[in-house]
Design a protein around this ligand. Structure first.
Ligand code: ARG
Length: 577
C-alpha cells in the first residue's frame, strides 16, 4: 500500500544519495488530489533531503533538483520522474497502484493505512486520556460535551494506531458545593426522585439550595457543617454522598453509551482528597512549599525565584485546592498505570492550570511530566434545546435525534427504516461531532442546529449519507469474489480516488501529531465528494461484468476507509438512512 510505493521510491533515492530507506520514507508524501491533473502521485522536497544529510553538488536548489531527478531511474512501479520548484514528483504505474491498494483493502479492510511504516514508531506504549469530567449536581455544559467527543476521538485514534489506551473520567465530586448539596438534600431532597431522575433532581436541589443559602444564614451553616462531616468521614454524611456518586455514575454510563463513549475508570477529586497531605509533605521536603503572610501554602513558579508567579496549594486553614488534587491524581495514575503519556482534555480556560500542574510535577523531579499534555479547545456559544439552555447531556442527544427525525420524515427515502429513531440518533450525533471537529479545536464557534443537521455541505449527515449509499450499492450486487482485473479503473475518476486513498496513513500521522481531528474530517469529506462524482460517472448498472466487478471493488474500498475513519472520529456509520 502507501508504504510499498514509498519504499520503492526510497530505494531509488538510496541508490543515488546513500543513507538508508528509513531516512527517506517519512519524507515522501502523497500528492493531494486537486482539480488540476496532478504532476505525480508521490513527491519529495529537495530541501528535506538536504536537511536529512544528503549532500548535493550545487548551491542552487533548482539545479540540484533537476540534477537529482535526472539520475533517478524509472522502473515498473515508478513510471516517470518530474520536477517542480524544489520538488521531485514520482508518477506511479496506475495498474499497480490499483492492485496494491484494493487488494490490501479487500484482505484487511480494518487495518488499511494503520499498518503503514509511517506509523510504526507510534505503535507501542500506554496512553492515558482523561476527558469529559463533569461536575456532580452541576450542569453538563457544552464544554463537557466537547471534552467528551474530543477525548473519545483521541482515545480511538491512539487505540487504532496500536497503543494501549486508558480512558479516565475525573468527576468533580468534592468541595464546598457538596456541603451545600448535602445540606440541601436533607431539606428538599427526595429519595424517590433521586432514583427516578437522578441528575435532574440533584441539579434542582443544588440550584434551590444555592438560592436559599443566599438569604438563609442557618442553611449556610448547615452546609459548612455537612462538608465538615464529609471531610471527617462521618458515616451518615458519607453514605449520602456515596449514593449521589453511584447514581450519577450509573446515569452517565447509560448516556455515554448512547453517544458511543465508554470509560475504563471513573475517579473523582474526592478520591485524591486524602492524598493531598502527602503531596504537601513531599513538596515541603523538596523545599518547594512556601507559606505566605496570609498563611496559605504556595509554590513559587517564577524563574527568578521572586514569587512574581506562584500557585496556591493549600488555604490558610490547611484545606487543599483543585490543583493539589490534580497533583495527587497525576502521581497516583503514574504509579497505577505507568503510562507513557497522559492527555487532559478541557476547554482553554484551564490552560494555565495545567501549565502549573506540569511545572510543579517537573519541579518535584518527575521527568515524565514532559509527556503530559493538555489538549485545549474553544467555547461553543448558543447551544440550546427546545427546553432552553443545555443543562444535561441527554437533552442534547434528544434534541439531535428529534430534529433529525423531523428532517428524515420529510424525505421519502427514509420511510422504510426498521428503527428510524436509532438511525436518527446516530446521524444526529455524527452531525454534532463533525460540526465540532471541522475547524481548529482552539476556535470558538456559534452553534446552530439547522446548520449542523444540513444534508448538503460538509456535514456529518453527508458522511452518513455517503456511507449508506455505498452500502446500498454494494448490497445490490454480489461482489463476493475478489477482483483480479483492475484495468477498468484507469480512468481519471477512479485514479483520483486511488490517489486520495494513498494519503490515508499520512492523514492519520498528522492527526496523531497535533491531535486535531480536522485533518481526518477533511480527508473523509474529500473522499465523499469523490465518491459522489464516481456514483455519477462510474455506473455499475449496465456495465460489463468485468467493469462492474472492478468498480464495485473500488466502491467497497471507499466504504471501508470511510467507515474506519468515521469510527476513529467517534461516529457509528449507518447502513441505511
Ligand atoms: N471537572 C472539571 C470542570 O468541569 C474538569 C476536570 C478536568 N480535569 C482535571 N484533571 N482537572 O471544570
Amino acid at each position: 500500500m502507501a508504504c510499498f510505493f514509498r519504499r520503492i521510491v526510497a530505494q531509488q533515492l538510496v541508490k543515488i544519495c546513500g543513507q538508508s530507506e528509513n531516512v527517506f520514507i517519512p519524507l515522501i508524501s502523497a500528492v493531494p488530489v486537486s482539480k488540476k491533473q496532478s504532476l505525480g502521485d508521490l513527491r519529495v522536497s529537495v530541501n528535506s533531503l538536504v536537511q536529512n544529510g544528503v549532500d548535493l553538488p550545487h548551491d542552487d536548489l533548482q539545479t540540484n533538483t533537476e540534477t537529482l531527478a535526472k539520475q533517478i531511474k524509472q522502473n515498473a512501479v515508478v513510471e516517470d520522474i518530474i520536477t517542480g520548484r524544489g520538488i521531485i514528483y514520482f508518477r506511479l504505474n496506475k495498474l499497480i497502484l490499483a492492485q496494491k491498494l484494493l487488494k490490501q483493502l479487500h484482505s484487511d479492510p480494518e487495518r488499511f493505512g494503520l499498518k503503514s511504516e509511517l506509523l510504526t514508531h507510534l505503535q507501542s506504549g500506554t496512553t492515558l486520556v482523561e476527558f469529559s469530567s463533569p461536575n456532580v449536581a452541576k450542569k453538563f455544559h457544552a464544554g463537557h460535551l466537547r471534552s467528551t467527543i474530543i477525548g473519545n476521538f483521541i482515545s480511538n485514534l491512539k487505540k487504532a494506531l496500536g497503543k494501549e489506551v486508558i480512558r479516565v473520567n475525573y468527576l468533580g465530586d468534592w468541595g464546598m458545593q457538596f456541603g451545600l448539596l448535602g445540606a440541601g438534600f436533607e431539606q428538599f431532597g427526595s429519595q424517590e426522585k433521586l432514583k427516578s431522575q437522578a441528575l435532574e433532581h440533584l441539579f434542582q436541589v443544588y440550584v434551590q439550595v444555592n438560592r436559599e443559602a443566599e438569604r438563609d444564614e442557618s442553611l449556610r451553616q448547615a452546609a459548612a457543617e455537612f462538608f465538615r462531616r464529609l471531610e471527617q468521614k462521618e458515616p451518615q454524611a458519607l453514605l449520602l454522598w456515596k449514593q449521589f456518586m453511584e447514581i450519577t455514575v450509573e446515569e452517565y454510563k447509560r448516556i455515554y453509551k448512547r453517544l458511543g463513549v465508554h470509560f475504563d475508570h471513573y475517579t473523582g477529586e474526592s478520591f485524591y482528597q486524602s492524598q493531598t497531605q502527602n503531596v504537601l509533605e513531599d513538596l515541603k521536603t523538596k523545599h518547594l512549599l512556601k507559606t505566605t503572610e496570609k498563611g496559605t501554602s504556595v509554590v513559587d513558579l517564577s524563574d527568578a525565584g521572586d514569587m512574581s508567579s506562584y500557585a496556591t496549594l493549600a488555604r490558610s486553614d490547611g484545606t487543599s485546592l483543585y490543583l493539589t488534587r490534580d497533583i495527587a491524581a497525576a502521581l497516583d495514575r503514574k504509579r497505577r498505570f505507568d503510562f507513557d503519556e497522559m492527555i487532559y482534555v478541557t476547554d482553554k480556560s484551564q490552560t494555565v492550570h495545567f501549565q502549573h500542574l506540569f511545572h510543579i510535577l517537573t519541579a518535584m523531579g518527575h521527568q515524565w511530566a514532559n509527556r503530559c499534555a493538555h489538549v485545549a479547545f474553544g467555547r461553543v456559544q448558543g447551544m440550546s434545546t427546545r427546553r432552553g439552555e443545555v443543562i444535561f447531556l441527554e437533552d442534547v442527544l434528544e434534541e439531535a435525534r428529534n430534529r433529525m427525525l423531523d428532517n428524515m420524515r420529510q424525505s421519502s427515502t427514509s420511510k422504510a427504516l426498521e428503527d428510524p429513531e436509532e438511525t436518527a440518533e446516530k446521524i444526529g450525533i455524527s452531525a454534532l461531532i463533525i460540526q465540532d471537529f471541522k475547524g481548529p479545536l482552539m476556535s470558538d464557534y456559534k452553534f446552530e442546529w439547522d446548520k449542523v443537521l444540513q444534508a448538503q455541505g460538509d456535514t456529518g449527515v453527508f458522511l452518513q449519507y455517503t456511507h449508506a449509499r455505498l452500502c446500498s450499492l454494494l448490497s445490490k450486487y454480489s461482489h463476493e469474489k475478489e477482483c483480479s482485473d483492475f484495468s477498468p479503473l484507469m480512468d481519471n475518476r477512479s485514479v483520483c480516488i486511488l490517489q486520495h486513498l494513498l494519503r490515508y496513513d499520512e492523514i492519520l500521522l498528522q492527526s496523531e501529531t497535533d491531535l486535531q481531528p480536522r485533518h481526518l474530517v477533511n480527508f473523509l469529506m474529500t473522499l465523499c465528494h469523490l465518491v459522489a462524482s464516481a456514483h455519477r460517472e462510474l455506473p455499475v448498472k449496465g456495465s460489463s461484468a468485468q467493469v462492474a466487478q472492478a468498480r464495485l471493488c473500488l466502491f467497497s474500498g471507499c466504504r471501508s476507509v470511510l467507515a474506519s475513519g468515521m469510527r476513529i472520529l467517534g461516529i457509528t456509520p449507518v447502513d441505511k438512512m
